[in-house]
Design a protein around this ligand. Structure first.
Ligand code: SF4
Length: 436
C-alpha cells in the first residue's frame, strides 16, 4: 500500500486539506483514511462499497429499474432538456467548478433555470450580501487572529466537525498562541447543542427572534438603553456579550441555517452584517456563513462570473434573470412552472418539502449522483458517477471563498464516467439536436 498525503475532504465547506489516505499500490483500492472526521472518512470509504451502483438505470412502468448504457443516459438527458419548455437544473454543490461551468453552458443552450442548494440554506445570506456587502476574511485569518468567536444558529460540532479544531476555537495561530485558552466562545442557539455546551457564553434565544437580538446587540454596543428582556435574553447578558465582543482584538461571527432560514431570513443577515460593521468601530471584526456542501460556494462563484447571480438564475428568456421567490426551485415547483428536472450533486428528495418532491416524481427527471439517494428514488433516470475529490480532482471553493484543488486518490470503477465527462457528452448531444 501507499499513503497519499495532503488530500482534500470533499464533504463539508471546511474543505480540510490535511487528510492522509491509504490506497493499494495500483491505486485501485482505498483502504483507510486518517485525519478526517467521521462524516468525511465515510465519504471516502463509501466509494469502496460493494453494493455501489455502477451503471445508469431507467425506471420502468412497474417501478423497477432497468440497466441502461451511458449512451442511452446521455441521449435521454439531452432530449429531456431540449424538449422541455423550462427545465430546472438543480444541485451543483457537491461537484467541482469545472462541472458547474459545463452545466451552465448546457443551461444556457436549453433555456433552463439554474439553481443550487443555497436556495434552501444560504440564499438569504447571498441576498443580504447583495443588499449591504460583507466584511469577511479567510479561515486562516480566523486561526491566526480571532480571539472572539460567535457561532449564531449553527452547530459545527455536528455539521462541520473539524472546523473548531482546525480554524476557529482550538488551533494555535500566529497571534493566538494560547489556542482555546486565549479565545472567548459565544453561541446563540435556541437549543443546547453540543457546540453550545462548549461555549463560554450561550444565549438561549427564543426561536425566531434573531433579528430582535441582533438589533439589541447593536444598541448595546453603542451603550444604548435596552428593554429588560429581548428575545428571551436578559439585558445584562446582552451587554455582557457586547462587551466581550468589543474587548477582543479580532471578532468573527459564523452563522448557519438557524438564522438564515428562521423568521426574518435575509433581514436577519442584514442585521448580523450591520452588527459586524458596527463592531469595527471598536475592534477588527468579520462575518462568514457556514456553507454546508463542500462546493456550494463554488457554484455561486462560477455563476457569479458567468451570469452575474449566485443562484436561482432563470435563463429561459435567453438572458439571465434572478428573482428569489420567483426563480427559486421550490417556488417554481409549487407553481408547476418547470417541466423537467435535472439534479446533480445534491439531494432535493431529502431536503425539499414533500410537496416539491411529489412534483419531481411526476416529471421527466434525471439524477446524477454516485449514491442511491431519496432523489434517485423519485427520478426516472439515475446516472452514477465518480466521486469528485476521491476518484477525480477539480476545483472547489471553501466556505471563505478560497479555491482549493481537490485530488484524485483512487480509480473509479471501470467504465464509470465523471460529472464532467457526462456533462460534456450531454452538451455535445444537445448541440447536435439543436443543430448549433
Ligand atoms: Fe471533511 Fe468537513 Fe470533516 Fe473536514 S470537517 S474532514 S471537510 S467533513
Amino acid at each position: 500500500t501507499k499513503t497519499v498525503t495532503d488530500v482534500v475532504c470533499p464533504f463539508c465547506g471546511t474543505l480540510c486539506d490535511d487528510l492522509e489516505v491509504v490506497v493499494s499500490d495500483d491505486g485501485k483500492e482505498l483502504h483507510d483514511v486518517y485525519n478526517a472526521c467521521a462524516i468525511g472518512a465515510e465519504k471516502f470509504l463509501h466509494s469502496q462499497a460493494k453494493d455501489r451502483i455502477t451503471h445508469p438505470r431507467m425506471r420502468q412502468e412497474d417501478g423497477s429499474w432497468k440497466e441502461i448504457s451511458y449512451e442511452e443516459a446521455v441521449d435521454y438527458t439531452a432530449r429531456m432538456l431540449t424538449e422541455a419548455k423550462k427545465p430546472l437544473m438543480y444541485g451543483w454543490s457537491s461537484t467541482n467548478c469545472e462541472a458547474q461551468s459545463l452545466g451552465s453552458e448546457i443551461g444556457e443552450l436549453v433555456g433552463a433555470v439554474m439553481d443550487n442548494t443555497a436556495t434552501v440554506c444560504h440564499g438569504t445570506s447571498l441576498i443580504a450580501v447583495q443588499d449591504i456587502g460583507i466584511p469577511s476574511c479567510t479561515l486562516g485569518e480566523v486561526k491566526n487572529r480571532a480571539d472572539r468567536i460567535l457561532f449564531w444558529g449553527c452547530n459545527p460540532a455536528h455539521a462541520h466537525p473539524r472546523h473548531m479544531s482546525r480554524y476557529s476555537i482550538f488551533p494555535r495561530g500566529f497571534f493566538t498562541g494560547k489556542g482555546h485558552a486565549g479565545r472567548k466562545m459565544i453561541v446563540v442557539d435556541p437549543r443546547v447543542t453540543d457546540t453550545a455546551k462548549m461555549a463560554d457564553i450561550h444565549l438561549q434565544i427564543e426561536q425566531g427572534e434573531d433579528y430582535e437580538l441582533l438589533d439589541a446587540l447593536r444598541v448595546a454596543l453603542k451603550g444604548g438603553e435596552l428593554p429588560d428582556v429581548v428575545a428571551g435574553i436578559p439585558k445584562n447578558r446582552i451587554n455582557e456579550v457586547a462587551e466581550t465582543l468589543k474587548s477582543g482584538r479580532f471578532a468573527i461571527i459564523f452563522f448557519g441555517m438557524g438564522v438564515t432560514q428562521s423568521l426574518g431570513k435575509n433581514h436577519n443577515i442584514d442585521a448580523a452584517i450591520a452588527l459586524t460593521r458596527d463592531l469595527n468601530e471598536y475592534t477588527k471584526a468579520a462575518i462568514m456563513p457556514m456553507r454546508g456542501h463542500y462546493n456550494v460556494t463554488g457554484s455561486g462563484q462560477v455563476w457569479g462570473w458567468q451570469f452575474g447571480f449566485p443562484f436561482a438564475v432563470d435563463l429561459s428568456r435567453g438572458f439571465a434573470r434572478y428573482n428569489p421567490g420567483e426563480t427559486t426551485s421550490n417556488d417554481l415547483l409549487r407553481r408547476n412552472e418547470v417541466d423537467a428536472i435535472f439534479v446533480l450533486g445534491s439531494d432535493p428528495g431529502a431536503h425539499f418539502p414533500f410537496s416539491s418532491v411529489k412534483k419531481i416524481y411526476g416529471l421527466p427527471s434525471v439524477a446524477i449522483d454516485p449514491h442511491e439517494t431519496p432523489t434517485t428514488e423519485v427520478c426516472k433516470v439515475h446516472v452514477p458517477v465518480a466521486f469528485v475529490g476521491v476518484e477525480v480532482g477539480g476545483c472547489a471553493y471553501r466556505m471563505d471563498n478560497v479555491p482549493i484543488e481537490t485530488r484524485k486518490v483512487v480509480e473509479p470503477p471501470e467504465g464509470m464516467m465523471t460529472d464532467e465527462e457526462f456533462l460534456g457528452r450531454v452538451l455535445a448531444r444537445v448541440k447536435e439536436i439543436k443543430g448549433v
